[in-house]
Design a protein around this ligand. Structure first.
Ligand SMILES: Cc1ncc(COP(=O)(O)O)c(C=O)c1O
Length: 412
């Protein structure tokens, strides 16, 4: 079916609500997207009809819940373009996934080993590696970023050495919107005996992926940014790699055999899912991915690209060549995620967000977006960010630009 934004927006009941006297213009999707009604219904229906714990019971509801949970794993594998559902570990989100990887992979790391991240990263892909460094004495290196907010591919070759154990990079920046060209980095990493992890928190929301052609060894994303529930995310890892990795959380469900002195653990993915997993959330995540996969993805990309270009063009127009608005990331017309972070000389991002919300019903994000090192690099305390999703329409862009004109009048 051809992409039809009105038809899509009609599936998000929350868009009927108002913010004060204004319709809701939700442009904070890079933080958390909204959830289509069919996903809300899938979640409610699971709890209404087959809520039970998984694996522990042999009663009917438990069997059905278990089947729904494992089917959700298959749906995620399909979305990621990988053949094996056992390569998908359910976690609490992207942050939980990166921490899981840092703890498990870190087990074998020693002083002198290197982990390469970049200056573009979200704090979730910085702090777990800093913690690992404090624990093990590894060296943390930082790949540089270009002036237009991309990973500097010309520099990356020199950053990956024979000591590099892991390259852990964002697949798409939550601040600049740049998309990482992963396959040449994967080739370089593999050539030097390192693995590549991609943080897909911002790329997974834009349609099914093909992890095999990306060449990644590990991938993480969060449910709440892909039109699904919060409290769920995934780690994907190549089977043979997951099999080598030690468990990091102990408890029920992750075991094979338990004795008072010694225990053995289940194979992946269950080895990494100690305790009761987020069952209902997994069902919701699967419904969200199924919903997204059923859209005309090419049409969706074209639509979002058009709106993003308009948003940038509108900001440029409002600036009228004064150079007060600084837009981060690739230039208009170049490939980027549908999000735009910008700073305005003399205006605090929180003031912009407040006026936008209170007077225009526009939801934006203001601050450092959990990417403080990147803002430091640009010499900025924070930026305002508009981020788009499938349900966003022309009216949202118009409200945003009208709101920005207003900010210039009152905060001038
Ligand atoms: C690039 C990136 N990585 C990681 C995260 C962390 O995701 P979560 O808070 O869902 O764990 C985010 C969230 O904004 C993000 O944008």
């Amino acid at each position: 079916m051809r992409f039809d934004v009105d038809q899509v927006a009609g599936q998000f009941g929350i868009l009927n609500r108002r913010v004060g006297d204004h319709p809701l213009h939700y442009l904070d999707n890079a933080a958390t997207s909204q959830v289509p009604d069919c996903v809300l219904e899938a979640v409610a229906s699971h709890d209404r009809t087959r809520r039970a714990n998984v694996k522990r019971g042999v009663h009917r509801l438990s069997e059905e819940a278990d089947e729904a949970y494992e089917n959700a794993r298959m749906e995620v594998a399909k979305y990621l373009g990988v053949g094996c559902a056992d390569e998908v570990i359910f976690t609490g989100g992207a942050t939980a996934g990166i921490n899981l990887l840092a703890q498990s992979l870190g087990h074998d790391m020693r002083p002198g080993d290197e982990v390469l991240i970049s200056q573009l990263e979200h704090h979730s892909n910085i702090i777990p590696w800093q913690m690992l460094r404090a624990r093990t004495g590894i060296t943390l290196r930082f790949a540089p970023v270009t002036h237009d907010g991309r990973l500097d591919l010309s520099e990356i070759e020199g950053c990956i050495t024979r000591k590099t154990k892991l390259v852990a990079l964002t697949h798409g920046s939550n601040v600049t919107g740049s998309i990482t060209d992963a396959s040449p980095i994967a080739a370089l990493a593999h050539d030097r005996g390192a693995r590549l992890m991609l943080d897909g928190a911002q790329t997974a929301p834009h349609g099914p992926l093909d992890l095999t052609s990306l060449g990644a060894d590990y991938y993480v994303f969060s449910g709440h940014k892909v039109y699904g529930p919060s409290g769920i995310g995934i780690v994907w890892g190549r089977k043979e790699l997951l099999e080598e990795m030690p468990a990091v959380f102990g408890g029920g469900e992750m075991i094979e055999d338990v004795g008072l002195e010694r225990s053995t653990y289940a194979p992946p993915p269950h080895r990494f899912e100690a305790g009761t997993p987020p069952i209902t959330q997994a069902v919701g995540l699967a419904a969200a991915l199924e919903w997204l996969s059923s859209q005309d993805i090419e049409g969706l990309h074209l639509h979002l690209r058009g709106l993003t270009d308009q948003l940038i063009q509108g900001l440029e127009h409002i600036d009228r060549g004064q150079g007060r608005i600084r837009i981060l990331g690739p230039n208009r017309g170049e490939q980027r995620l549908p999000l735009v972070s910008f700073s305005v000389q003399g205006m605090h991002p929180h003031d912009i967000c407040q006026i936008m919300s209170d007077h225009h019903g526009v939801a934006l994000r203001g601050g450092h977006h959990c990417a403080q090192p990147l803002h430091d690099l640009y010499g900025l305390d924070g930026t305002s960010r508009a981020s788009l999703a499938a349900f966003n329409r022309q009216a949202d862009i118009d409200a945003f630009l009208g709101g920005m004109e207003h900010c210039f009048r009152v905060l001038g």
